[in-house]
Design a protein around this ligand. Structure first.
Ligand code: ZN
Length: 65
């Protein structure tokens, strides 16, 4: 799959992760203001050298700042 785009590769890698592990990853974001872990939303999946990278643009903090 040498012609497969990085985003498609990322989707393939993401699909290999068990649902329970995905939940763990998505609930393992970080709020820099509270210094605590928060859920990640609005993230993008990327693939680099066979490694899946999740880039969260926004975490959901209970304080909504
Ligand atoms: Zn916070």
């Amino acid at each position: 799959m040498s012609n497969t785009s990085p985003s498609v590769k990322a989707e393939i890698l993401w699909s290999t992760i068990p649902a329970g592990a995905k939940d763990k990853i998505l609930n393992n974001g970080f709020c820099v203001q509270c210094r605590t872990s928060v859920a990640i939303v609005d993230y993008t999946k990327k693939e680099r050298r066979g490694v899946l990278i999740l880039e969260g643009r926004r975490g959901v903090c209970v304080k909504f700042h």
